[in-house]
Design a protein around this ligand. Structure first.
Ligand code: PDD
Length: 275
């Protein structure tokens, strides 16, 4: 847990931090968020996270609560005050506080900014060496999954479905039987000839920062990446599979819906990308 939390201009002991009950984030999930890794006291890939945050805000017509420069100062201060060497920063911006009414408030309101940090949450080393299980369920989210909205109920239920089935993650399967992404991760497979396949960007998945970085690294390392939708069948019959996110990096998947993927152990391409 975060010892010190930032709430709308103040650094407060987390136990005392609170938000207004009429915050639209609380009442309507009318807000967006980012999860940024901290490594050796430094924010990892801050700029791309900031760019994605800006896109999420402008897509929902939510104002920046402060300038990007000030936001960076807030995050850096919070890392310092919590003495956070390694972990994650969670930041959330909502449209702000107004009497409850679905439509945007007529009067201009100030958006709310809350930032917390966390030291835990990284998967165990064993998961990286053994790989994890994934289960699947029908895609049931809205059509703008590219917006990093705090409205995460389907994702919450999907992750709970994974937990209840002894799995690490749930992949959503759309009407065409293709995998969109995981409840909080992007999905990948490796086919014969070491071809790495992941879904192209669009409204149907989140543009993961880890995904983007991995594609850059793969291209630099002469690893072939194909961005196209892949089916559940292809995934089960793939040589390797893995997921990516800020918190799970490159996590090998060795079982999908109870069926072994490849050798049932993390594959060499996945391990190479993780390294
Ligand atoms: N989740 N897809 C979804 C639906 C996500 O929620 C996330 C991130 C990703 C991967 O994005 P990135 O590589 O930028 O972390 C893909 C964060 C970690 C979370 O909600 O905790």
């Amino acid at each position: 847990m975060s010892e010190i939390t930032y709430v709308n201009g103040r650094y407060i002991p987390t136990g005392e931090a609170s938000v207004n009950v009429e915050d639209r984030g609380y009442q309507f999930s009318d807000g967006v968020y980012e999860v940024i890794a901290v490594s050796d006291f430094r924010l990892v890939d801050f700029k791309p996270h900031l760019r994605r945050l800006g896109r999420s805000l402008s897509n929902l017509d939510i104002e920046w609560p402060c300038s990007e420069r000030v936001l960076k100062i807030v995050l850096t201060q919070l890392i310092k005050r919590n003495r956070l060497r390694n972990g994650i920063v969670y930041l959330q911006i909502t449209r702000g506080v107004a009497p409850r009414n679905h439509a945007f408030p007529i009067e201009k309101i100030r958006s709310s900014l809350v930032v917390t940090v966390s030291r835990s949450g990284r998967p165990s080393a064993e998961k990286f060496t053994e790989g994890v299980k994934v289960v699947t369920m029908p895609e049931n989210r809205w059509g703008r999954r590219d917006i990093k909205s705090v409205s995460l109920l389907p994702n919450v239920l999907a992750k709970q479905f994974a937990v209840q089935n002894g799995a690490f993650e749930t992949w959503f399967v759309d009407d065409e039987q293709t995998i969109t992404e995981g409840s909080s991760t992007n999905a990948w497979i490796v086919l014969a000839g070491q071809e790495v396949v992941t879904r192209p960007l669009g409204n149907d998945i989140l543009a993961g920062i880890t995904r983007m970085k991995l594609i850059e690294l793969a291209k630099a390392g002469d690893i072939r990446i194909t961005e196209r939708p892949f089916t559940l069948d292809e995934a089960i019959n793939a040589e390797e599979a893995f997921i990516t996110s800020t918190t799970s990096f490159v996590m090998p998947v060795v079982d999908i819906d109870g069926k072994q993927v490849g050798t049932g152990k993390p594959g060499s391409v996945t391990n190479n990308l993780l390294a």
